[in-house]
Design a protein around this ligand. Structure first.
Ligand SMILES: O=c1[nH]c(=O)c2[nH]c(=O)[nH]c2[nH]1
Length: 310
C-alpha cells in the first residue's frame, strides 16, 4: 500500500459573500429615493495557498467583500450593472492576485404609494410599495342559507423610509434595543377582511371594486402620519377600511416587522446619515392584530381553516 498522498491540483474556484441585502435611501431632499438590492461578490485568482497550506495571505475575507458592498452603496448604486462593475474594478485593482471574479445582483423595484388624499397625486415622498407583489385571495363559506365571504391579500410589501420610530417600551436586563425616533418601517402585509352576510346576501358588494379600494386604503393608512409602532399603523389601516366600508365587519392582519439595521460605515471612514441599511430577513418581528366593529362578535366560524392569523 502506498503512503504517498494522491497528487491533487486545484480546479476552478471562487469565493465571496452571497446575497448581501443592501437598501440605500437617498434623502438629500424630502423626496426620498430607494434602491434595494441583493448583491453577491465572488473573487477568482491565486488562492492555491489557502487551499493547500492553510495560508490565508491572499484571502480577502468574505466579510470585507460584504462591507465593501455597503461602503460603495454610501455613494449610491446607480444601476446594478454599474455597481457590480465598480466592485469588479475595485477588487481586481486593489489586490494583485485577484484576477477576476463574479458579481451578481438582484434589484427589487419599488414605486411610490400614490397618496391623492395628501395632495400627492404624483406619489408619496417617502412611502413605497414593492412592485407586482401581492396575491389576492378569497374564501366563501356557505352553511345552509348563510353565506360568508372573506377576501384578502398576501405579500403587499411596503416601506416608510422615515416617519417611524419605536420608543417608550419596557426595559429589563435583556433589553439592548435602542430607542429610535427615526427608522425604516417595512412589512409584507397579509390582510383578510370579512364582509357582512347581509351585504353578501343582497348582492350589493362589488368585490373587485371593494378589493381595489381596500388595498388603496391599506396603503393610504400605511403612509399617513408618524408611526409609533407597526401595531399603531395596523390600527390606522383598519380604521380607514372600516370607516369607508360599511359592508366589511372585520379585518385581520399578520405583518412581519422587516428590520432594517443602519450599517456602521465609520470603520471605513464614511458617515451614514440614515442612508445605507442592512435588510435582515430573519428573525423578524411578527405583529398580528384583528379589528372588528364593536357591534359584532369576535369569533365567526367563517375564519376556521384560514391559517396565518391569530
Ligand atoms: O413596531 C414595532 N413593534 C414592536 O412590537 C417592536 N418590538 C421591537 O423590538 N421593535 C418593534 N417595532
Amino acid at each position: 500500500m502506498s503512503t504517498e498522498n494522491t497528487k491533487i491540483v486545484l480546479g476552478k474556484n471562487q469565493y465571496g459573500k452571497a446575497e448581501v441585502r443592501v437598501v440605500k435611501i437617498t434623502r438629500d431632499t424630502d423626496r426620498h429615493e430607494i434602491e434595494d438590492l441583493s448583491v453577491t461578490s465572488q473573487l477568482r485568482g491565486d488562492f492555491d495557498a489557502a487551499h493547500f497550506d492553510g495560508d490565508n495571505g491572499h484571502v480577502v475575507p468574505t466579510d470585507t467583500q460584504k462591507n465593501t458592498v455597503y461602503g460603495f452603496a454610501r455613494e449610491g448604486v446607480g444601476s446594478p450593472e454599474q455597481f457590480l462593475l465598480r466592485l469588479a474594478n475595485h477588487f481586481t485593482s486593489e489586490f494583485g492576485w485577484v484576477t477576476g471574479g463574479r458579481w451578481e445582483a438582484e434589484q427589487y423595484a419599488w414605486e411610490r404609494i400614490s397618496a391623492p388624499g395628501q395632495g400627492k397625486a404624483e406619489g408619496h415622498d417617502h412611502s413605497f410599495v414593492r412592485k407586482g407583489q401581492e396575491v389576492r385571495n378569497a374564501v366563501v363559506v356557505k352553511d345552509g342559507d348563510a353565506v360568508q365571504v372573506i377576501s384578502g391579500l398576501n405579500d403587499l410589501t411596503v416601506l416608510k423610509s422615515t416617519q417611524s420610530g419605536f420608543v417608550g417600551y419596557p426595559k429589563d436586563r435583556f433589553t439592548t434595543l435602542a430607542e429610535t425616533t427615526e427608522r425604516i418601517l417595512a412589512t409584507d402585509v397579509s390582510a383578510r377582511w370579512r364582509y357582512s352576510p347581509e351585504a353578501v346576501a343582497n348582492g350589493s358588494v362589488d368585490f373587485n371594486k371593494s378589493y381595489d379600494d381596500v388595498k388603496a386604503l391599506l396603503l393610504e393608512g400605511f403612509t399617513e402620519g408618524y408611526s409609533y409602532a407597526l401595531q399603531q399603523t395596523l390600527f390606522q389601516m383598519a380604521q380607514k377600511v372600516l370607516d369607508a366600508h360599511a359592508e366589511i365587519e372585520e379585518i385581520r392582519f399578520s405583518t412581519p416587522n422587516k428590520h432594517h439595521f443602519l450599517v456602521d460605515l465609520t470603520p471605513f471612514g464614511l458617515d451614514n446619515p440614515n442612508e445605507v441599511f442592512y435588510a435582515a430577513d430573519r428573525p423578524y418581528g411578527l405583529i398580528e392584530a384583528n379589528f372588528q366593529r364593536e357591534s359584532i362578535s369576535a369569533d365567526n366560524d367563517a375564519w376556521d381553516g384560514i391559517t396565518g392569523f391569530c
